[in-house]
Design a protein around this ligand. Structure first.
Ligand code: SAM
Length: 196
C-alpha cells in the first residue's frame, strides 16, 4: 500500500519537516537520532541538516528510495534501513533521540515497539512523537482509516511508563504537510525523557 502511495512523483507529505518536530527538535541532545516510519525522508533529512547523526527506518522501499534522493539533494548523510517495525529490534541505550511522526501501526506492533523505545534511548534521551487521535476520523483530512491505528495521551502514558513527559497533549491543529495531510487535524503530541 505505501509503495503505491509513494509511487507518485511528488513527495506526498512534502519535503519540509513535520511542524511539531521543527518546533521542538532542540529538545533532543546532539548525537544519534532514530526516525521511525520515516517515509519519504522529510524528517530524517531535516534532522541531518541540523547536525544530528540520523538513522531512519521504514517498510516502504519506494519511500526509502525517495528519502535517499532527498538526502542527496540536501547533501546530507542518513542511514536508511528498509525494515518492518514488527521485526526491527532496537539495541539498548543507543539513541539521544527517537522520533515517531504519524507512525500508525497496529497495537500488537506498537506496544512492544514503545517498550523497546524506552530501553533503546540513552539516559537523558528524548522521544518526540506526534500521531493522530481517534478524533481525526471525523475530519477526513488524512491519517489512518481506523481508530485502532490511532493514539491518545492515555495510551501513550500507559505504553511509555518509565519515561518522563515534558509535554503530553491532545489538540487540533492545522496540518499542511504535503498533499496527503492538509486541513484541521486531531493529534496527540509527546516529548518524553528517559531519566536514568
Ligand atoms: C503517514 S506515513 C508518515 C511518514 C513520515 N513519518 C512523515 O511524517 O512524513 C506512515 C509511514 O509508516 C510506514 N509504516 C507503516 N507500517 C510500518 C511498519 N510496520 N514498519 C515500518 N514502517 C511502517 C509507512 O511505510 C509510511 O511511510
Amino acid at each position: 500500500m505505501w509503495d503505491e502511495r509513494y509511487a507518485a512523483e511528488h513527495y506526498i507529505y512534502g519535503t519540509k519537516p513535520n511542524k511539531f518536530l521543527a518546533q521542538n527538535f532542540t529538545e533532543i541532545p546532539k548525537g544519534k537520532v532514530l526516525c521511525l516510519a520515516d517515509g519519504e525522508g522529510r524528517n530524517s533529512v531535516f534532522l541531518a541538516r541540523q547536525g544530528y547523526n540520523v538513522t531512519a527506518v521504514d517498510a516502504s522501499a519506494t519511500g526509502i528510495e525517495k528519502a535517499r534522493k532527498l538526502a542527496q539533494d540536501n547533501k546530507v548523510n542518513v542511514d536508511y534501513i528498509h525494515a518492518d517495525l514488527a521485526h526491527y529490534k532496537l539495541a539498548a541505550e543507543q539513541w539521544e533521540g527517537i522520533v515517531s511522526i504519524f507512525c500508525h501501526i497496529p497495537a500488537d506492533i506498537r506496544i512492544p515497539l514503545h517498550q523497546n523505545i524506552i530501553t533503546a534511548l540513552k539516559p537523558q534521551g528524548i522521544l518526540l512523537l506526534e500521531a493522530y487521535t481517534p478524533e481525526q476520523l471525523k475530519h477526513g483530512t488524512g491519517g489512518p482509516p481506523t481508530a485502532e491505528l490511532t493514539m491518545t495521551a492515555d495510551i501513550l502514558k500507559q505504553e511509555l511508563k518509565g519515561l518522563e513527559f515534558n509535554l503530553l497533549q491532545e489538540l487540533e491543529r492545522d496540518i499542511v504537510e504535503g498533499s496527503h495531510h492538509t486541513g484541521l487535524g486531531a493529534v496527540v503530541q509527546a516529548i518524553a525523557r528517559k531519566n536514568n
